[in-house]
Write a protein that binds this ligand. Sequence first.
Ligand SMILES: Cc1cc2nc3c(=O)[nH]c(=O)nc-3n(C[C@H](O)[C@H](O)[C@H](O)COP(=O)(O)OP(=O)(O)OC[C@H]3O[C@@H](n4cnc5c(N)ncnc54)[C@H](O)[C@@H]3O)c2cc1C
Length: 439
Amino acid sequence: MHIKRLPRNDKTNGWNVILPYREPKAALEGDVRADWLVLGGGYAGLAAARRLAEHQPDASIALVDAGEMGESASARNSGFAIDIPHVTGSAQAQLDGAQRYLRMSRAALGHLEDLVQRHDIDCDWTKTGKYQTAVTARGKRVYLDPMAEMLATLNEPHEWKSADELAARLGTKHFHAGLYTPGCILLNPAALTRGLADSLPENVTLYENSPVIEFTRENGIKVRTAGGASLFAPKMILATNAFTEEFGFYRMRLIPFHAHASLTRPLSAAEHTALGSPEPWGITPANAFVSITMRYTSDRRILIRQDINYRPSLYVNPAEQQIVKQRHQKLFAERFPQLPDVTMEHTWTGFVCLSYNHAPGFGRVASNVWAAVCQNAIGVTQGTLSGLLAADMACEVENPLIADMESIGTPCLRPPRPFFDVGVAIRNAWHNWREGDEA
Ligand SMILES: Cc1cc2nc3c(=O)[nH]c(=O)nc-3n(C[C@H](O)[C@H](O)[C@H](O)COP(=O)(O)OP(=O)(O)OC[C@H]3O[C@@H](n4cnc5c(N)ncnc54)[C@H](O)[C@@H]3O)c2cc1C
């Protein structure tokens, strides 16, 4: 099978660019054999490779990635390790789902926190919690009120914040109301993925800059890279996010969206004072599709993540990034008029893999292949946990969380293209028109 769509490492990821240089591990060379192949070095692949190595300390595990650590979607995200569910509802099934979600996300957070501490991973791991904010009274009513109701039923701590309280804490008067929850961790995602990669057990060999362009599955797994190297392994865990359909799995079931983010230069001491000298904060929007995720980081930068678009080509257009940068600058000016000279220093794009029914691509997909893909935009926790559980399943190690993950279901079929593309375009246009006030 020839792999046509490949990830491109355009080296624009601001989280990575602001870190010190890291020497990537060597690319795959020659003909290599391993006991396990883990393909894809995002949160899912990193967790899967580590867990396989722990279960089978005598086995050799090859972790192969097209790019460098610090360049994947896992490293490009907004850096919210979120503990509470996005989806709300008070029906028993929804509450049960929320309980399962909490169990899974907290297991992932516990796993990551342990590694950050044990390996001294310098990724600005900060337990600040987060604010979910609404711009309008309608946004509060439609999105935040049901969330508060669900959190109350689940006995999860949360606090309402008024417009004035938010303005004092965040330094912007843009929001009508907010819901604070304390369990979210904020972090530099490039630093975390690098740190996870550089602390893998000894029986994991990481090959970076090794895009797989050919994949065969006869009497084991064989892959060939663009550099002409090959690797054979009897078994594989696939952790290739939105690129997974290329390998023949979940065809017509995955929906790739691209998302853009920008990071300002660090604020000066005077600008920090003008903002109200806040501690780091993070906000997620009432409506993640039309409105904006923002952060104030420990090094006094402001992150803006806005705009999620369906992008089946999995291609990032550099010209489009310039337009996005200008848009982010405008959004910044609207929110922080007291900071007229602060500019966007970095703008980048990454891929989010969604499914129509919000289900993950998780579990055994062939006799010798397990998948941990399609994290539905909550990759820090969901990606980590799906990688861990895929390895548990592949090694036949019991874990009650496997049943939790499986209960979410598997990605359902989406309509064929181009009908689907037209449907998404119409739905997005309608959604943006209807929810535009929340931007
Ligand atoms: C701008 C943005 C903001 C986001 N914000 C958040 C957030 O705040 N919190 C959150 O939880 N989630 C967020 N997400 C989503 C999250 O980043 C993803 O869900 C998560 O990173 C997916 O992890 P993964 O391991 O499944 O995939 P990835 O991180 O995409 O890893 C897949 C890997 O597979 C490799 N690969 C693919 N094809 C091949 C091939 N042919 N050969 C070799 N290697 C290959 C890629 O190079 C890549 O490194 C955001 C995403 C974006 C883009």
